[in-house]
Design a protein around this ligand. Structure first.
Ligand SMILES: *Cc1c(COP(=O)(O)O)cnc(C)c1O
Length: 351
C-alpha cells in the first residue's frame, strides 16, 4: 500500500512550505518574517519571569483574564472575543468551522500564504481574486466572486505582502453589500502600523455586521511572535461557535500573561510602532531615489514587485534575509536602520 492513502486528497495536494534561503554571511539581519526588531517589552519580560515557576499547572482554560483585557481595550464584550495560538491558528479554526466540503472561500491574491493552505486543509476551494495593480484589494471583484457556494470571505488589511490598507469608507460600503450569511474574516495583523487618513475603524464595523470577524495578533506590533497568541473579535453568537471548536488550553499560560502585559503597555507599543513607521518612510524615500516605486505600504514591510532571485542573492551577500515569492516580487521587513541600509546596498548592486 501507499503511505499516501493515509491522508485526505486535499491534504496530499497541499503545497510544501519553502523556507527562506540562509546566506553564508553569519551576521544576518532577518527581514523575512515581519518580526518586531525590539526585544520583548519590559512589562512582558517581568510578568513572564514571575510566572515561570507556575508552569506545572494548566493555564486558565478560558483565558478569562486575557479575554477581559482584550474586550476592555476594544470597548467590546467578553463574549465577543476568542483567543488562539497565534491568529493563523484562529484562521484555520474558523475555516474548519464554516467551510463545507467543496465550499468556496473568496480571497484577495496575492495575500497571506497561509490562506489558501488553510482553505484547502478545511476541505474548501479558494477563489482567488487578483489584487489591483497598485497592490490594493479589488473590492468589486471580491464582491462579484461571492456566490451561493461561498462559505467565507477573507480580507487582509494592510495586505501581506503588498502593504496596502483598505480605507474605512470603502470597507464600510463593501460590507453593506456582502450577504450576512457569509462570514467575513478581516485580518488586521498589521493594523498598528497604519498611518493614513480614513483608516479602517473595525471596532465600529463590528457593531454593524454580525458576520464580521476581526483578527488581531500579538506577533507584530506587540513583538510577541515567539510566544504565539492572537485573537478574534465578533458577534457573541459567532464567537460562541468558534470557541466551541477551540483547542482545549490552546493559549499557554505564559502567552496569556505576556499578552495582557503587552496590552497594558500601550504607550511603549505606540512609540515603537512610531519608530518603525518612520523607518518605513525613510526606506520608501530612499528606494524612490533609486527610481523604485513600492506600493503604499501601511505595514512593517515593503513589496518590491518584479524583483526575484537576483535581489534575494544580492541581499544574502549583504547579510539580509528577505522573503521572495517566485519572480513575482520580494517582501522586505522594515524596522532596523542597519537592515534598510543593507537592502539599499543590495538594490544598488543589481541596478
Ligand atoms: C503574521 C501574520 C498573522 C499572524 O500570525 P500569528 O503569528 O499566527 O499570530 C496573520 N495574518 C497575516 C497576514 C500575517 O502576516
Amino acid at each position: 500500500m501507499s503511505k499516501q492513502q493515509w491522508f485526505r486528497p486535499e491534504i496530499l495536494g497541499l503545497p510544501a512550505y519553502v523556507p527562506g534561503k540562509k546566506g553564508a554571511n553569519t551576521d544576518v539581519v532577518k527581514l523575512s518574517s515581519n518580526e518586531n526588531p525590539f526585544p520583548a517589552l519590559p512589562a512582558v519580560q517581568a510578568a513572564v519571569s514571575a510566572a515561570v515557576g507556575d508552569l506545572n499547572r494548566y493555564p486558565d482554560m478560558f483565558a478569562t483574564g486575557l479575554i477581559h483585557d482584550i474586550s476592555w481595550f476594544h470597548k467590546w464584550v467578553d463574549d465577543g472575543v476568542v483567543v488562539g495560538n497565534g491568529s493563523t491558528s484562529l484562521i484555520e479554526k474558523i475555516l474548519q468551522a464554516v467551510v463545507t466540503p467543496g465550499g468556496e472561500v473568496v480571497l484577495p491574491w496575492r495575500s497571506f500564504e497561509a490562506y489558501p493552505i488553510a482553505v484547502q486543509a478545511a476541505g474548501g476551494a479558494a477563489v482567488k481574486v487578483p489584487l489591483n495593480a497598485d497592490g490594493s484589494h479589488n473590492l468589486p471583484g471580491l464582491l462579484s466572486a461571492v456566490t451561493e457556494r461561498t462559505r467565507a470571505l477573507l480580507l487582509c488589511s494592510p495586505n501581506n505582502p503588498t502593504g496596502v490598507a483598505l480605507k474605512h469608507t470603502d470597507l464600510a460600503a463593501f460590507l453593506a453589500k456582502v450577504p450576512e450569511r457569509v462570514p467575513v474574516l478581516l485580518d488586521e495583523a498589521y493594523i498598528d502600523f497604519v498611518d493614513m487618513d480614513d483608516a479602517v475603524r473595525s471596532d465600529e464595523l463590528l457593531r454593524e455586521h454580525p458576520n464580521l470577524i476581526v483578527l488581531r495578533t500579538f506577533s507584530k506590533a506587540y513583538g510577541l511572535a515567539g510566544i504565539r497568541v492572537g485573537y478574534g473579535l465578533g458577534h457573541p453568537e459567532m464567537i460562541a461557535g468558534l470557541r466551541a471548536i477551540g483547542t482545549p488550553f490552546g493559549v499557554n499560560a505564559l502567552a496569556q500573561i505576556a499578552a495582557s502585559a503587552a496590552l497594558h503597555s500601550q504607550e511603549e507599543v505606540r512609540a515603537r510602532c512610531g519608530v518603525i513607521i518612520q523607518e518605513r518612510k525613510n526606506l520608501v524615500a530612499a528606494l524612490a531615489a533609486h527610481d523604485i516605486a513600492v506600493p503604499a505600504s501601511q505595514a512593517n514591510f515593503v513589496w518590491l514587485a518584479g524583483f526575484g532571485e537576483a535581489l534575494e542573492n544580492a541581499c544574502l551577500d549583504e547579510g539580509v534575509t528577505v522573503r521572495r515569492f517566485g519572480q513575482e516580487g520580494v517582501r522586505v521587513s522594515v524596522g532596523e536602520t542597519e537592515g534598510s541600509l543593507r537592502l539599499l546596498r543590495a538594490v544598488a548592486s543589481i541596478l
